[in-house]
Design a binder for this molecule. Sequence first.
Ligand code: NAD
Ligand code: FE2
Length: 380
Amino acid sequence: MPETLTGAGSVKKLPKWVQEKGFSNVLIVTGKRHTKLGLLNDLQNAMHDAGVKYTIFDNVQPNPTDLNVQEGLALFRENDCQAIIAFGGGSPMDCAKAIGAAAVKTKKSVEQLQGLFRVLHRIPCIFAVPTTAGTGSETTIAAVITNAGTHHKASINDTSLMPKYAVLDPELTAGLPPQVTATTGMDALCHAVEAYTNNTYNSKLEKDLAEKAVKLIYDNLYEAYCHGEDLEARINMQLAAFYAGRAFTRGCVGYVHAVGHTLGGLYGTAHGLAMAVILPHVMRQFGTAAHKRLARLAETCGIQGRDNAEKANAFINWIEEINSKMDIPAGLDVIREDDVPQIIEWAMKEANPLYPVPVIWGKEDFRKLLHAIRQVSAGK
Ligand SMILES: NC(=O)c1ccc[n+]([C@@H]2O[C@H](COP(=O)([O-])OP(=O)(O)OC[C@H]3O[C@@H](n4cnc5c(N)ncnc54)[C@H](O)[C@@H]3O)[C@@H](O)[C@H]2O)c1
Ligand SMILES: [Fe+2]
């Protein structure tokens, strides 16, 4: 688990930390919007004061591609960088982790590194600074990268990718547009709910982390959405994303992610949006198999019901309600009929048999899910 610096303004302490760990020259991996909004100003000033040399790579796009990774890697090498500061949402953080992996696995393409334990080497030290509260990438072993040619989005999963250090500074998320707050927050919820409803690998520690994350999101996401400047709600959402990231690192995600990744790759759908929309559909389609665990999550939040079925349904209803209050649609209209077989193939390849989901789905179950997601959207 990464060592963390937490609290308002903590990003200003990062350069000293970098120096203490023995680094004097780093690559900062981020997005164009971050540099344009001046989100890096405090960090850059502190870097100058501490005398830490840096190069900025700000060409990471949302749903980062292997081309982004190659471009960043070239800068890392040209400038003899020793470590990486991953500054942004999941997209820059994942790109930074993949740059680190590519830096040590010189003979492998990103595609060849995707899957489980294909890096198995120490990568350059990563200092992760999340500016969204959602992915938990600052504490996970995953880096999700899209192949720019095929649009296949897949994950490099390797323990060496877990950042050694993370900075949770709520001031960096205070200016997030409400829609990004909403969708990225629902991604964190999705991590906790999928890890919790999964069958195996579920230790008490992961269950506790998932419950803590769900309660924090229940109590803080809507407040952060309505009042972005509320730093208490912001830090609570950052903690929720962090706990949920830890929970799914061993508890795994499930079909919501497997399907959502395909939409990110094919249509550029924002990850959090895909998660928010798909989560209640998948949980409903699991039916009674997920009721007991969803009922426990309902209890954690204080959501009432007479039995497990009622509680589980009330919990799914809450997900739909908070989506609706935050202007997140109930369906998605991007899915093209022609793409459905490809979506199903990729989703099944990602999830079966790796994810310990409560019910194993075949092609027809995925077809039913995709139909439901398109149907709701068409009915609006
Ligand atoms: N590695 C993991 O464990 C993991 C887990 C879940 C998701 N992911 C991946 O992470 C990516 C999504 O990350 P994300 O949801 O954080 O979104 P993102 O990083 O793509 O950012 C979303 C948008 O918000 C903007 N933004 C970010 N921070 C901002 C700020 N502070 N102020 C204003 N705008 C800001 C970005 O410029 C971008 O336009 C996807 O590729 C997804 O697959 C990774
Ligand atoms: Fe996610």
